[in-house]
Design a protein around this ligand. Sequence first.
Ligand code: C5J
Length: 221
Amino acid sequence: MSQTLDAEPGPLSFEIGKTALVVIDMQRDFLEPGGFGETLGNDVSLLQAAVGPCAAALAAARAAGMLVIHTREGHRPDLSDAPPAKIARGEPSRRIGDPGPMGRILVRGEPGHDIVSALYPAEGEVVLDKPGKGAFHQTDLEQILRNNGVDTLLVCGVTTEVCVHTTIREGNDRGYRCVAIGDACASYFPEFHRVGLEMIKAQGGIFGWVSDSAALTRALD
Ligand code: C5J
C-alpha cells in the first residue's frame, strides 16, 4: 500500500517499507554550546528550531514501522580519518580533536559527538558514523538501504546547506528519491536554510522534494 506525501514541487507517493527516515547529525557538537559548531563562531541556538519537528518526524516514522537511520559526523580518536585540510580550515577557537567542555571536538565516543537527548536513537535503529558531510561518503549506508529495499529517503537534521544538502545530492545521484523535511532541518544561517530548500525543489525537483513534519505525520497517520 502506498501513502501520499504533500510536498513541493508536487505530491509524492511512497511505500513505508521502501522508505527510510534519515536524521542527519543532530549531535551535541552542532547543537550545544562548546561544540564544533560554536568553535566555528556560530550561534548554535538557531539549530534548536529543528528539534521539535525532528521529534515529530521520528515519532511518526517509528509508529509506522519505518526504517530510521541516525548519522553522526566525527572522527576516530587518532584522527587518522580526518583530512588535514578539514582540520586546518578556518580560524576556529578549537580545532577538531582539541579538548573542549564536551570532550574532544568532533571525535567519536566523546560526549559532544553524541546525539541530543530529545532525539536519542531507539533500540534497533541504525546509527551511522560518517567522517564527511555526506552520509554516503565512506560509510555502508548504500548497503543498508539496498538490503532493506529502500528507494525513498526522508531527510532531516543539520545543517540544511551542508550535511543535509550533501546527503540529498549524493542520494539523488545514486537514484534515491530524496525528500527534505524542511522544518526539521536548520542552519546557522537562516538565509542558507531557505535557499538550500529552494534549491532542492527548483527546476521540477532537481535534487528532490521538500515537505514538512506535519505533512509527514498526516501521510503516515
Ligand atoms: C557541518 C553538518 N555543518 N552536519 N556539519 O559542518 O552540517
